[in-house]
Design a protein around this ligand. Structure first.
Ligand SMILES: Nc1ncnc2c1ncn2[C@@H]1O[C@H](COP(=O)(O)OP(=O)(O)OP(=O)(O)O)[C@@H](O)[C@H]1O
Ligand SMILES: [Mg+2]
Length: 249
């Protein structure tokens, strides 16, 4: 089943035509990567899926129904959570506070609404356990975590919103080898949990190892979509560098 379908999307920034009729079809439960050279339009497309930007033209369908996201909250409520490259975690706050930021759980005591810290910690541990069972102290400050572990916290926030589509913009760009491996494991855990994943990455090796399909954009247009045996790191690099639109076998 097609989970997300973006059809014929156009987006201009003033005189810059960032997207010129781009389409993207993401099947339910797949890891779908979006690749392409700098300025190809990847982030613009993701911002439209995340409700950060609105398309000038074109259609967005979720589970086959036409949708328009006027805000990031609207996208979240429709089950699409985006983890932006800068992560936007609060380093001085605890893991559970980051996961529930902006939507804290409360309980009522003698008519007063108090934060339900115990429940937030418990539920945080549950989300974290789906991804990485080595992180057990939900009171730990995020600034004590590695880059890969911070990605896990950001992904838990998506799980907390019950997102069934998780969009990751360059999740390994700033990470070392071991942390990158941790993030690749996180993405695999999301797939195992039945989530649909959209991954933006310049790391061809990671994309080839993870993705079920890859859509390559070039100067605001679709170049080619690769899957199966065509989806190798060498092939990805070849297409992105050459701009070729036909499959070579
Ligand atoms: N807010 C903006 N204002 C003006 N131009 C923009 C804006 N955002 C993006 N652009 C332009 O739109 C085009 C597509 O940019 P986009 O960020 O989507 O590319 P990208 O594929 O994500 O590139 P990168 O790999 O460098 O992240 C580029 O030419 C870029 O300069
Ligand atoms: Mg980008």
């Amino acid at each position: 089943m097609t989970k997300i379908s973006a059809r014929n999307i156009y987006k201009n920034y003033g005189a810059v035509e960032a997207l010129r009729g781009v389409s993207l079809d993401v099947a339910e439960g797949e890891i779908h990567a979006v690749c392409g050279d700098n300025g190809a339009g990847k982030s613009t497309l993701i911002k439209i899926l995340a409700g950060v930007e609105q398309p000038d033209q074109g259609e967005l369908l979720v589970d086959g129904a036409a949708r328009r996201f006027d805000s990031p909250t609207a996208a979240l409520k429709a089950g699409l959570a985006t983890i932006h490259q800068d992560l936007a975690v609060a380093p001085d706050m605890a893991i559970y506070q980051n996961i529930f930021m902006g939507a804290e759980l409360t309980r009522s005591v003698l008519g007063l609404r108090l934060l339900d810290k115990a429940r937030m910690r418990r539920e945080s541990l549950g989300y974290m356990g789906q991804l990485n069972d080595s992180i057990t102290d939900m009171n730990a400050k995020v600034n004590a975590l590695s880059g890969g572990q911070r990605q896990a916290v950001a992904i838990c926030r998506a799980l907390r919103w019950n997102a069934n589509v998780v969009i990751l913009d360059e999740p390994t760009a700033a990470l070392g080898v071991r942390e990158t491996e941790q993030v690749l494991q996180l993405v695999r855990s999301l797939k195992r949990a039945g989530k649909t994943v959209i991954l933006i990455s310049h790391a061809m090796k990671d994309v080839a190892a993870l993705a079920d399909r890859v859509t390559i954009l070039r100067t605001g247009e679709n170049q080619i979509t690769l899957d199966g045996g065509d989806l190798t790191a060498d092939n990805l690099a070849h297409y992105i560098l050459s701009g070729e639109v036909n499959r070579v076998h």
